[in-house]
Design a protein. Sequence first.
Length: 94
Amino acid sequence: MDLESIVTSVLTVLIPLYVTSFLIYVVRVVKGPTLPDRVLAVDSLGYDIAAFMVVLSILLKSPLMVVCGLSLALWIYALDIYVAKFLEAREMGG
């Protein structure tokens, strides 16, 4: 077996695991008992989608998706900062 076939087989195993985690996070977003639980689920879902985009870019040999995954991760980080500020002070803006 060459390296490319091993990587392809590992990535095809990872894709259903990512989809399962997506579904679990969506359930937590919908049924979350508190607002911080829902925020954490959206945060985890976003980071998992960014990682999934990187995995998919390796599988499809498309380097553009890596850049998109990185920019998505940065947007999620900015969302974390704004949500933390809102939960702390109950206000948005400058």
